[in-house]
Write a protein that binds this ligand. Structure first.
Ligand code: LHQ
Length: 263
């Protein structure tokens, strides 16, 4: 199945949806239209039960250079950046975090500004050795948006987040790995294969269990332990009634590999 967009490519095959930011000559800088198309793609991923694993990546040598700055040059005096964020990036980042399916960012090149926000909103980041990470906001006199302040602080801690955000320096893949910004770094030739393997693994996994894990991790970070324990109990009450839980237990007792179907 393939859906046609203008600024992204969207392909679904064997339970894996691949979303490719597709403005390679602009390092996949994000336009308003691209934001809308991405939101549509993520909504499709949420709706379609056949999709059990999602990959987001960029065409050409970049992942995404963030907001397309030439679009900002043509805004009217009444234009509000706050509304631009509320109606665009904020919805997109929330759609990614609320999607109860694993999202892998295949970071093929530079991830900057809101492009970094997209990479951070994924659940797993696999970076090519050629990938770089740059906050970029400071370079144009802005503060972080697209969830970058929230996500980055949790991933790498407040001191490193502050330095990264306020110096705007380019962080290479190996340093990003050491910081905990990415899960894995692989050479550029192996990036597709490693990501495909992991995406296929997730496409065979108990999707509801992964979705509920994501819901838990999203929520418990802000809770005191007592509340987190109670929330875990509520989530487990849902997980225990899934087909895949029953299949997992049955397969264990029958000493065979489980056949998870994602519900
Ligand atoms: C670009 C861009 C770009 C357009 C490269 N736009 N063309 C949201 C809402 C509203 C307000 C603003 O903020 C936000 C969130 C944000 O995302 S703010 C951050 C916006 N992004 C940036 O400021 C990054 C600007 N780009 C760069 O600093 C560099 O291009 C990076 C470090 C990403 C990559 O550097 P290089 O690898 O040296 O590539 P390059 O600079 O040569 O770029 C290649 C082409 O892509 C070039 O066009 P050209 O015609 O000369 O080949 C660039 O103009 C174009 N491009 N980023 N964001």
């Amino acid at each position: 199945m393939a859906t046609t967009f203008e600024t992204i490519l969207f392909d679904v095959s064997e339970g894996i949806a691949t979303i490719t930011l597709h403005r390679p000559d602009r390092l996949n800088a994000l336009t308003t239209q691209m934001g809308k198309e991405l939101l549509t793609a993520f909504k499709t991923c949420a709706r379609d039960d056949a999709i059990r694993s999602v990959v987001i990546t960029g065409s050409g040598r970049g992942f995404s250079a963030g907001q397309d700055l030439s679009e900002l040059a043509h805004v009217s005096p009444e234009w509000s950046v706050g509304d631009h964020l509320r109606h665009g990036y904020n919805r997109l980042i929330l759609a990614m975090r609320k999607l109860e399916k694993p999202i892998l960012a295949k970071v093929n090149g530079v991830a900057a500004g809101a492009g970094l926000g997209l990479a951070l909103a994924a659940d797993i980041r696999i970076a090519s050795e050629e990938a770089t990470f740059v906050a970029a906001f400071i370079g144009i006199g802005l503060a972080p948006d697209s969830g970058v302040s929230w996500m980055l602080q949790r991933l790498i801690g407040p001191a490193r987040a502050f330095e990264f955000l306020t110096t705007g320096r380019k962080v290479k893949a190996d340093e990003a790995l050491a910081m905990g910004l990415v899960n894995r770094v692989v050479n550029a030739e192996a990036l597709d294969m490693v990501t495909d393997d992991m995406a296929s693994h997730f496409a065979q996994a108990p999707t509801r269990s992964i979705g509920l894990t994501k819901r838990l991790l999203n929520k418990v970070a802000m809770m005191p332990l007592e509340q987190a324990l109670e929330y875990e109990a509520q989530i487990q009450d849902i997980a225990i009634h899934t087909h895949d839980h029953k299949e997992g237990v049955r397969a264990f007792l029958e000493k065979r590999p489980p056949q998870f179907v994602g519900r």
